[in-house]
Ligand binder design. Structure first.
Ligand SMILES: NC(=O)c1ccc[n+]([C@@H]2O[C@H](COP(=O)([O-])OP(=O)(O)OC[C@H]3O[C@@H](n4cnc5c(N)ncnc54)[C@H](OP(=O)(O)O)[C@@H]3O)[C@@H](O)[C@H]2O)c1
Length: 322
């Protein structure tokens, strides 16, 4: 037997159950991963609590929980050493038992995960570089690639001053560091209790909420001083950037829903460029990006982990370990 977090009805953390399930095995064209860490994202509890959101992604109950994972390949099915490059980079170059891997697939909060289609972007599988821990690797697929896509969508470049909304969250911690690496000055929204955390990343913190445009003007000079923006939390930052006169093509959103304001660019992790993950892992290995793990929970405490994550005041990432 093995264990997996599943939910049989939609709801809050209370619907999540760590169950004994039959041990899955890799079939033809599949690899099995012994999961060592699963990074949480808002989409995990959104799917578990919102049937309409789940349905949009073809998810129905009962369902496995979680998406981002890292671990070790411990079974390779016939033809499972899939060798063609995936749409996300050239990391899909074949897998063997014992390989350290990370990626994304529904049901990651489990002892074992069978990856059916490693070349599909929704189930990307990467080799974990030596020097990157499983915990850190398990935070990278959704948040890292989404941050990269959010900055690429606005063509962020050296000399920009970028306003980042929700700068301290799971996506934010990658976005602010990637923006600094690109040579931008970063102004990031957060609550005052989070300012010191953001300053460690050389981010100029600013309080979110009503009056944001005035505070940005006061901080960066009249006319805004801000040249680009990315909104990682709703629409407030995008609307503020429009009010500051920033062109819509230099404003991106990842969490505005289907109708982002004023023609700004809606994007997400699936839009990340082919080299995005390689750039992130190289920067981590070079010490240029650090990944703050706000909390790590044993999988038995999945409800506590999700309660913390869904509170929306996490700084960095939350991880569960089987
Ligand atoms: N489109 C995609 O592909 C994609 C991919 C990943 C995520 N997303 C979406 O993007 C959003 C961010 O994801 P995430 O993982 O970064 O979330 P997260 O980790 O839950 O974000 C937490 C952060 O949000 C900040 N925050 C709380 N209330 C805020 C407000 N009113 N205005 C601005 N910031 C606020 C908090 O700062 P304080 O603690 O200082 O309050 C905290 O640091 C989610 O809605 C997620 O579903 C979309």
């Amino acid at each position: 037997m093995s264990r997996a977090v599943i939910y049989e009805r939609f709801g809050g953390p209370e619907v999540l159950e760590l169950r004994d399930v039959p041990e899955p095995h890799a079939g033809p064209g599949e690899v099995r991963v012994r999961v060592a860490a699963a990074g949480l994202n808002p989409m995990d509890w959104v799917f578990a609590s919102q049937p309409e959101a789940a349905a949009r992604f073809g998810i129905s109950v009962p369902s496995g929980f979680g998406y981002d994972f890292a671990g070790v390949v411990d079974e390779v099915g016939e033809g499972g050493e899939i060798g063609e490059g995936g749409e996300i980079g050239d990391s899909v170059t074949g897998f063997a038992v014992g390989d350290r891997v990370f990626g994304g697939a529904l049901g990651a909060a489990a002892d074992f995960l069978v990856i059916k289609t490693p070349t599909a972007p929704s189930a990307a599988l990467f080799h974990t570089p030596d020097g990157i821990s499983d915990e850190v690797a398990s935070t990278l697929p959704v948040a890292g690639l989404t941050a990269a896509a959010a900055l690429a969508a606005i063509d962020l470049r050296s000399g920009d001053t970028v306003l980042i909304g929700g700068a301290a969250g799971g996506v934010g911690v990658f976005a602010v560091q990637l923006a600094k690496l690109a040579g931008a000055t970063v102004v990031g929204t957060a609550s005052p209790e989070t300012f010191e955390f953001l300053r460690k990343f050389a981010v100029e913190p600013i309080t979110y909420g009503p009056g944001l445009a005035d505070r940005v003007r006061a901080l960066t000079g009249d006319g805004g001083g801000v040249t680009a923006a990315t909104d990682l939390f709703g629409t407030e930052t995008a609307e503020t950037a429009l009010a500051l006169g920033i062109a819509p093509e230099r404003i991106s959103t990842i969490a505005a829903g289907p109708n982002p304001p004023g023609g700004v660019r809606a994007t997400g992790g699936l839009d990340a460029g082919p080299d995005a993950m390689r750039q992130i892992t190289d920067a981590i290995l070079a010490g240029e990006i650090t990944v703050p793990i706000a909390a790590a929970f044993p999988i038995e405490q999945i409800r506590e982990a999700v309660t913390l994550q869904s509170g929306r005041h996490v700084h960095g990432k939350v991880v569960v370990t089987p």
